[in-house]
Design a protein. Structure first.
Length: 476
């Protein structure tokens, strides 16, 4: 492999021209031939026994070139990037310049990490909400425990909203039962709005043993086969149940928690809620500070960098879904998604991740942040404990450079957060796009309300050399 030329281009790209010699290219072509000859049928030869020259005579001398190129270029590209010490941040755009017996020459346009000009990143100010917990908040924290301790008790009376009725039902369209319209022994909470509109309301006032026909018209946005259709549900009520709430006292606290009194249980709930809200408030404060750092920096982010990160997000999602036993293709079919749609939807999150990465890496450089051998070793030990693996195996699985990078970014965050202050947040800076929109809006307003000023502006433009129609003045 030989890097023939390196040329810096616009938008943080570098063009590499890479050469692979005749001998190395020939070896790759021969490797491809040996791999593929068993799949090629040639008259007069047993399958897999046709000489390479015969196959090339039939299909052309370059029959194996494409696969040979694919065999060679990834490693050649990686070696060239390492040799030229380029910080590549996206997949390259590759173009073959020449290929033949003399070897392979290809061009790779590499997107590299853009230059970042940091603005203020220390001593920033952001708002941090004061954390409070009210009695109502504590009551809301109690609700899940009360719901779990609530019993359903059969009652001999007419059903009311909030009751649960146990029913059999079957739906009929034009006198014929329709698919999916039948259920037996179904428990339905009245007022839950879990059935089609009008169904639950008509069961209020029924009691065990009642049979009733419910006239229902499906909504227009319902399933296509039933949208807007009038149907009849034949319902039989087997049982009416009401909720029997527990008495919320010390005995209740003993049953649902580790505490002996309700007061202690409530205090624990309040403490935990306070801790969660304080954690969220700190997270929001830090996010606001980091957003200021990102807004203060000057950088031109390459589109390819965002697209690369969007691909990573989609791939991560695919792995998580498949880890749950759902093939990703099946998931996309179920949700009506495509890879293109998913990538497009991931771009906003990808852009934020790229902005964060660029800002923090710039702080790492500005602060000359280093990771010591002791810190690296400690992180390896934490990973080994977290994943229940032997330390040596963790070191084999996770590159030291990756850990050092992550630790350095965390240190950069700490530099930003430790110097930040709680107070009134500064006014948000307008983005370039927003400024342009405001300018256009201002021009439109001037055009509607202040025609004289608009004429003066055009006159000024004319004086600076722009051509102005003679009838412009009388246009108003």
């Amino acid at each position: 492999m030989n890097v023939k030329s390196v040329e810096k281009q616009e938008k943080s790209t570098v063009e590499l021209v890479i050469e692979i010699g005749a001998e190395e290219f020939e070896a790759a072509v021969q490797k491809v031939y040996l791999k593929q000859r068993g799949k090629i049928m040639v008259p007069g030869f047993r399958k897999g026994k046709a000489p390479r020259k015969i196959i090339e005579g039939m299909y052309g001398s370059g029959v194996f070139y494409e696969d040979a190129i694919n065999e060679l270029y990834p490693q050649a590209y990686a070696d060239a990037v390492e040799q030229e010490k380029l910080d590549a941040v996206a997949w390259p755009k590759v173009e073959v310049v020449s290929v033949g017996k003399e070897g392979l020459t290809f061009k790779a346009v590499v997107t590299v990490r853009p230059e970042v000009k940091l603005g203020e990143y220390k001593g920033l100010t952001a708002e941090k909400p004061e954390v409070t917990v009210t009695d109502e908040d504590i009551d809301n924290e109690l609700k899940p425990y009360i719901n779990r301790a609530t019993r359903m008790v059969t009652v001999e009376r007419e059903a009311q909203n909030g009751d649960t009725v146990v029913i059999d039902f079957e739906g009929f369209l034009n006198g014929e039962p329709f698919e999916g319209g039948k259920g037996e022994g179904h428990s339905l909470e009245l007022g839950s709005n879990s059935f089609v509109p009008g169904f639950e309301e008509q069961l209020v006032g029924t009691k065990a043993g009642d049979e009733k026909d419910l006239d229902i018209t499906f909504p227009e946005d319902y399933h296509a086969d039933l949208a807007g259709k009038a149907v009849v549900f034949k319902v039989k009520v087997h049982e009416v149940k009401e909720k029997q709430l527990p008495t919320v006292d010390d005995e209740f606290a003993k049953d649902v928690s580790e505490f002996d009194t309700l007061a202690d249980f409530k205090k624990d709930l309040a403490d935990k809620l306070t801790e969660r809200r304080e954690h969220q408030a700190q997270h929001d404060f830090e996010a606001a500070v980091l957003e200021q750092v990102m807004s203060n920096m000057e950088v031109e982010i390459p589109d390819a960098m965002v697209e690369f990160e969007a691909d990573n997000l989609v791939n991560d999602m695919a792995q998580r879904i498949q880890a749950q036993g759902i093939p990703f293709e099946q998931y996309m079919a179920m949700t009506g998604m495509t890879m293109d749609i998913m990538r497009e939807q991931a771009k906003a999150a990808a852009l934020e991740r790229v902005r964060r990465d660029l800002a923090l890496n710039a702080v790492v450089a500005a602060e000359n942040i280093q990771v010591s051998d002791e810190e690296l070793e400690e992180e390896y030990k934490k990973l080994a404990e977290q994943y229940h693996m032997e330390l040596d195996k963790v070191k084999q699985a996770v590159a030291a450079d990756d850990i050092c990078k992550e630790l350095s970014l965390k240190k950069a965050e700490q530099v930003i957060y430790d110097s930040a202050k709680v107070g009134k947040a500064p006014a948000k800076k307008k983005t370039t796009k927003k400024k342009a929109e405001d300018a256009e809006a201002g021009e439109a307003a001037e055009g509607e309300e202040k025609p004289k000023k608009r004429r003066t502006t055009k006159k000024k433009e004319s004086e600076e050399g722009e051509e102005k129609p003679a009838e412009e003045k009388t246009e108003e």
